[in-house]
Design a protein around this ligand. Structure first.
Ligand SMILES: Nc1ncnc2c1ncn2[C@@H]1O[C@H](COP(=O)(O)OP(=O)(O)OP(=O)(O)O)[C@@H](O)[C@H]1O
Length: 472
């Protein structure tokens, strides 16, 4: 699918007032938005978000700099050209500007009438289809007053998208809605816009929907910047600005090229990363084999915590996906530990995720020929059990009913028969039970936790394991 630049803004400045009262509102704005991108503008009140949106939407005249919509310059464009350019937009506002004396169908029809060339019959087909998409087909003849706030906003989205615009501009579309309705409305806008190949630029203060964006841009004092605090709170639930204020160092932002390696398996772990833009692949480097893809991550995901919290070495390689650039926030170890210690929620979330990734990495190494999706599914079913020093994990001559893998610590495998007892040590990443499980044999050995420390073991039930290796 071709990607086009929908909006291209270069060196844009904007002023309100004149002479001595003139005040600059926007400062040297540069921004590109491409097909299918869902971009959120956020930032403090009065920072210039609505002004920027209205300039892009041709509701104000460009004074200095350039805004191009689908290659057409707005600066200096005459009225006729602006009317033409506006046909590329859909607009959704906070108060869903529906006309109360018109039915839902008539309200949507008004958007279509701005676009010539539709017969009434074609218009009705389009209205029915878009109402079906927003889940309101049965309200086609209702009046807006008889709809809930969320339903009205869905009609507004239907009106904005019925013409299949290249760009949907939305100004605080959830402000009048409760949490659930607000999220539903934005999720709907997100889905439809992607299906129709539209780009979305949305102004919002609503933190509950930031995860739906492909990109979050912060507007502060009329300047654009990365929304680092919002990105942090998205990636690490429980994060609050006080955590950032307590830290000495500011996070660094780095950009990596397509297929560039960000962290390399086996190298010392010193930093934690949050993906701000682009996508990355996670690989497991295996002896005598090509690297194995174990995960794919997108904006809002983080990586690097496994090495920081376990063993100090990188347990996987993270590389930028092909044909994409990646922008990452780089957080040093001290700051990362502070995030964990300052929020129980963040700590729990990071640790849960850590186990999933550890299991995923170890299983990928143990079963190099099993594909990524099966391993991820099995990892999500696995249980983690801690055994105290010297305790027995499995007993020789009892039926094998589970697959075991050591995540941390050491264990002793003891094989005893009539004439002698032999034993050897196994450690993190090593496993047992696989050979006996399929045929429901007995364990030919006893496995005990090491003498000095607790150990952590991942356990997968027989059925999940057999499904994983493809024997059922
Ligand atoms: N017509 C106007 N004349 C003079 N100043 C204006 C005008 N409209 C807005 N401003 C000023 O421009 C600045 C930016 O306003 P804008 O509405 O773009 O901010 P915003 O980021 O959208 O704020 P909010 O989040 O509160 O909607 C504010 O300081 C505002 O007071």
């Amino acid at each position: 699918m071709a990607t086009e630049t929908i909006v291209s803004i270069k060196n844009l400045n904007y002023f309100f007032g004149e002479g001595e009262l003139q005040k600059q509102i926007l400062f040297d704005i540069n921004l590109e938005i491409k097909t299918r991108e869902f971009v959120i503008l956020t930032g403090p009140s009065g920072s210039g978000k609505t002004t920027l949106l209205s300039l892009i939407g041709c509701l104000r005249a460009v004074q200095q700099g350039s805004i191009k919509i689908l290659g057409q310059e707005l600066n200096g464009a005459d009225k006729k050209q602006l009317v033409q350019i506006r046909r590329n937009f859909g607009y959704v506002t906070q108060s869903s500007n529906l006309l109360d004396f018109l039915t839902v169908r008539q309200n949507i029809q008004m958007s279509l009438e701005l676009q010539p060339n539709f017969s009434p019959k074609e218009a009705l087909v389009k209205i029915e289809a878009i109402l079906e998409a927003v889940g309101l087909k049965d309200k086609i003849n209702a009046y807006p007053n008889n709809l809930s706030g969320g339903q009205r906003q869905r009609v507004a989205i239907a009106s904005a998208l019925v013409t299949r615009p290249s760009l949907l501009l939305a100004d605080e579309p959830t402000a009048a809605l409760d949490k659930v309705a607000g999220r539903n409305v934005v999720a709907l806008m997100h889905r439809l816009a992607k299906e129709q190949n539209s780009a979305v630029l949305m102004v919002t203060h609503d933190h509950r929907i930031l995860d739906l964006a492909d990109r979050i841009i912060n507007v502060e004092d009329g300047k654009l910047g990365l929304a680092l605090n919002q990105e942090l709170s998205l990636a690490l639930p429980g994060f609050n600005e006080a955590s950032l204020a307590k830290t000495i160092t500011n996070p660094t932002v780095l950009t990596y090229k397509s297929e560039e390696v960000i962290i390399q398996q086996g190298e010392p772990a010193t930093k934690f990363y949050i993906l701000l833009e682009g996508e990355v692949d996670v690989f497991q480097e295996l002896p005598h084999q090509p690297p194995k893809l174990v995960n794919h991550m997108k904006r809002g995901d983080y990586f690097g915590e496994v090495g920081l919290l376990r063993g100090g070495k990188r347990t996987a390689t993270v590389r930028v996906a092909k044909d994409l650039e990646a922008k990452v926030m780089v957080i040093d170890e001290e700051m990362f530990q502070l995030f964990l210690s300052s929020s129980k929620l963040t700590n729990t979330d990071v640790v849960d995720n850590l186990y999933q990734r550890l299991i995923n990495n170890y299983l990928s190494q143990a079963l190099p020929h099993i594909d990524k999706s099966k391993i991820l599914a099995a990892a999500s079913q696995a249980k983690i059990i801690r055994y105290g020093a010297n305790s027995t994990i499995v007993q020789q001559d009892t039926p094998a009913d589970k697959f075991y893998m050591i995540l941390e610590g050491e264990a002793k495998v003891i094989v005893s028969n009539a004439s002698d007892i032999r034993s050897y040590q196994i450690t993190a990443g090593e496993y047992f039970g696989d050979a006996q499980l399929v045929d429901r044999q007995n364990f030919p050995f006893t496995v005990q936790a090491g003498a000095n420390n607790d150990i952590e073991v991942m356990v997968i039930e027989r059925e999940s394991f057999c499904r994983l290796i493809g024997v059922i």
